[in-house]
Every structure is written in C-alpha cells, then in structure tokens.
Design a protein around this ligand. Structure first.
Ligand code: F6P
Length: 485
C-alpha cells in the first residue's frame, strides 16, 4: 500500500517558517494557490514545496521532511532548498520573467499598456536551471510514495513528463492556476528560443492524465497551442499526443469558505479601517498582489476620474509586494506610484481620505476589509481566477442584502468566466479594464448599488464551488481517467 493518498507538488510550500516558532499566517502574499489547496492538504496527504522561509531548515529532518498540523489534519511536508543562483534561474527568470507574463497574453498587453513586460527569453543556462529544479521536484514527488501526484502551476510544467519518465505508476494530475495564452497573440512576443522553451513546457505537462485549467476559454486556447507546438490532435474532452489521450478540462478554483466565513463573523476592524468607516462614505476597495497583471494603475486612474467628477467615496487599496527582484516589475512600480499620487491628490482636493497600503495585510484585516467594501474592484487584465471577489461574496454574508457590495471584475478573469453568465447584474459587473471610461462608469454605477448587489444565490453558488468542492471534483476525475487506462 502506498504511504500517502496524494502528494501535492507546488513550488510554494504549504507554509513558510518565517519566525522561529510558527508558520506564516494565512495572507494574500502567498497568492491563491495555497489558499485553494488548503482543504485538500489534510490527513493522508503529502506536499512538496520550496524551503524559502527563514527558519525552514531548522524545522525539517535529514530528508527535508516535517509534519505540519493543519485544520484538516496532519500534513507530511517535504521541502526543497535551492542555491541562490539556481533559484534566480528557475524562479525569478524562467518562471516569473518568462512564463508568467507569457501565460497572461490572452491579449497583446505589452502593446496595450506602458508597463506590461514582454516575456524575457531564458538563456540556455536559465532554462537548464528550470529543468534541474523541475527534476528535483519530480524526484521528491516520486519518493513520497503516494497513490496520485497533483502537480501545480507554471513553475513545474516539466514535472508530469519527468514523473512519467521515471516510471511513476500513480495518476498524474496537473493544474494551471494562471490563464493559458492565445498562441496567435503570444507568438508575436517570442523569438525562436522562447518558442522552443514554451513548446518543451507544454510538452511536459501533456504527460499528465488530466490537465486542469480555470476556464473553458483557457482549455480552448491550450488545445490550439498544443496542435501547433506539440503535434497534438483534438479528441473529445482533451487531446491525443504521442499516442496517448490527455484530458484537458476546466476546473475553476474556489475560495476556502470556512477560512473566510468564520473570521467574517467575529473579527474586529483594524483601527485604520474603523477610522475610515467612521467618515460614513462608501468604500471602494482593491486588494491584490502588486503585479502588472492586476490592473492596479487602471483602478487608480478610474478612482481619480470619479473624484474629479465630484463623486464622494473613500478608496482603500492594499497591494502586497511581490517578486521584487524579478525583471519586469520595475516599470509597474513607477506607474503605480504616479497613479496613486494622482488619485491621492484628487481625493485631497475635495477633502476626502485616501488609503493606499503597500503591504500584505494580516488575514483578519483582509477579511474585515472585504466585509466592509461597498464596491470591490478586481480589474485584472487577465487572471486565472482572482479569488478576492469570491472571498468578498463570502465575507459579506452577515450584511443585509440591500447593503452588500457590487463587484467590478475584469473580463478576462476566471471569476468573470465562472460567474458572469449567471450573476452579471446580480452583484457582478464585468468590464474591460483597459477601457478607462467603462471602468470609471462601472465603479460609479456600483457606488449606487447598480446593476445589483451580491445576492444570496451568488453566495450559495460560491459556497457550492468552494476549494473543497473543487479539489474533490478534480481528484475524482483524475481517478476515473487513470482507472480507464
Ligand atoms: O495563484 C496565484 C499565484 O500567482 C500562482 O499562480 C502562483 O503559483 C502563486 O500565486 C505563488 O506565486 P509566488 O510564489 O511567486 O508568490
């Protein structure tokens, strides 16, 4: 019998030990990946992730393993430690200066904005570091002796093929948390070496039994790219490549409902938020990692324009600093500073407070802020899902329906794809974040509660499709597909 029912393989560890005694509290800095996987990572599961916490080495045994107590049971956790140079190549350059911007190219953003970077082609050394890191993950995953391996996200695209190549017999799942790009658009920004690396990456994940993506649009784009780059043929429910069937399916992630709803009932507002609320004006809230995919300058411009038009509200933005030493983030920092300064001036001119925090808020403060929002703006240019609007739906459950928020979300987000068809007009407004006027108008209307506030039906739908439901559905499908082989 295998030692574990499941090994989760993700570059992000379940938790980083940043203090001598404890793990990092849940927050926004770690991104959505850990948040959605938490309910799946309990009893009988193992996790392989990077050791990036200051005290991680002190907490593991000789094989890099430790037990981590989670709300869902004890998790066996293995950490991989990388030398600085390897990390620079694997994480900063190949994963986040090349793949990350590339995967978001559902539209030609480097041409449509002043700050969205072109994917930086990896040098041969950099791509070798990416391969070596993926090999280390594949080896560690195989050594955990689990019935199935669930590999996550773009940092580990080569792992499914490496696992299969090493003779791993269990089911292999791969889940992409980011969007999948439009190949017609993306190829404009790739040279021959960039194209070869992307083709190898895609080829790597097609060794899985099930490739999960966030939306059916992502699945369609993946199938088209695989036809060109991996010689794959579309087949019902997926594709055939190298004589094998690979299922390609949309499995939109959802928030960990308990982690939001419990604190939403009890936590107090932090003092700075209580003071802002005491002014008695509606709050327009934005909360995200400080990333160029998130449409933050666009939100700030819309806020400034509304304030100039005489609208009265308080803007509260919180951007968790992210990937600060990764090339491509400098341009955003300058644009963000300018946009924030302009919006702050517009607020000051009419005597209104304006809040723009560049920090990862503690989880309780995140929940309090989402609970307090009257308009939540998640104007990502492209986003795998963007859990923040969905967490807002859950955090507002205690507010009377007529006093709940309106969510304004970017058209190319998983949230718009998953909930737009049912809830546009009932709590959700879908806009093109690059259309300045449309975005400002949508926020302006949302301040009036138009075209409708978060409904109970919306909250129930989010609860039904929460992180636990997502993981069970994905793993059941993986099991069924593997059993068919
Ligand atoms: O889900 C959000 C996300 O951006 C993932 O795509 C990514 O794997 C994760 O956050 C962690 O990113 P990082 O480790 O670079 O902060």
């Amino acid at each position: 019998m295998a030692r574990f029912r499941l090994v989760i393989v993700a570059n992000r560890a379940y938790a980083d030990h940043d203090t001598p005694q404890g793990a990092t509290p849940e927050g926004t800095a770690a991104g959505g990946l850990v948040a959605v996987l938490r309910p799946a990572a309990g009893e009988g599961a193992a996790w392989v992730g990077a050791g990036r916490g200051r005290y991680d080495r002190e907490r593991v045994d000789a094989s890099g393993e430790e037990w981590i107590r989670t709300p869902y049971g004890d998790l066996r956790h293995r950490r991989l430690f990388f030398a600085d140079e390897e990390w620079r190549g694997f994480y900063e350059l190949a994963s986040n200066a090349f793949l990350w911007p590339l995967l978001h190219l559902v539209r030609p953003f480097p041409r449509l904005t002043t700050y969205f970077p072109q994917p930086l082609t990896p040098t041969r050394e950099v791509w070798s570091a990416y391969r070596r890191a993926n090999e280390a993950y594949a080896e560690a995953a195989a050594s955990m002796d689990a019935e199935r391996a669930w590999v996550h996200d773009y940092q580990l695209g080569l792992v499914p093929r490496m696992l299969r190549g090493a003779g791993y017999r269990g089911a292999i799942g791969f889940f992409l948390h980011t969007p999948f790009p439009d190949w017609e658009v993306a190829q404009e920004f790739l040279d021959a070496q960039g194209r070869a690396c992307f083709a190898e990456w895609l080829h790597g994940l097609l060794a899985a039994d099930l490739v999960g993506v966030q939306s059916s649009a992502d699945a369609r784009r993946l199938l088209r790219a695989a036809a060109v780059l991996a010689d794959a043929r579309e087949a019902e429910g997926g594709l055939r490549a190298e004589g094998r069937f690979v299922a390609v399916e949309a499995h939109p992630v959802g928030p960990d409902a308990t982690a939001v709803e419990e604190p939403a009932r009890t936590v107090a507002d932090p003092r700075w938020l209580a003071e802002l609320r005491a002014v008695g004006l509606p709050l327009v809230v934005g909360l995200e990692r400080g990333d160029y995919t998130k449409g933050i300058p666009e939100r700030l411009r819309a806020v400034a324009s509304l304030l100039h038009r005489g609208r009265r509200f308080i803007h509260v933005g919180a951007e968790a600093p992210t990937r600060v030493s990764v090339p491509g983030y400098e341009a955003l920092a300058a644009v963000l500073d300018d946009a924030a300064a302009a919006a702050a001036r517009a607020a000051a001119d009419v005597g209104l407070p304006f809040e723009e925090r560049r920090e990862a808020l503690p989880w309780e403060d995140v929940v309090a802020l989402l609970r307090a929002a009257d308009v939540l703006v998640a104007a990502s240019l492209a986003d795998g899902m963007n859990l923040v609007p969905l967490q807002t739906v859950l955090a507002q459950g205690m507010r009377p329906v007529e006093a709940r928020a309106v969510l304004v979300v970017g058209a190319d987000t998983g949230t718009a794809a998953a909930y737009g068809p049912e809830f546009a007009g009932r709590g959700l407004v879908v806009v093109d974040p690059l259309d300045d006027e449309a975005l400002a108008d949508a926020i302006g209307a949302a301040l009036e509660g138009l075209p409708g506030r978060i409904s109970d039906a919306f909250a129930q739908a989010v609860r039904r499709r929460d992180a636990r439901a997502w993981a069970s559905r994905y793993l059941e499908r993986l099991e069924a597909l593997h059993a068919r082989d």
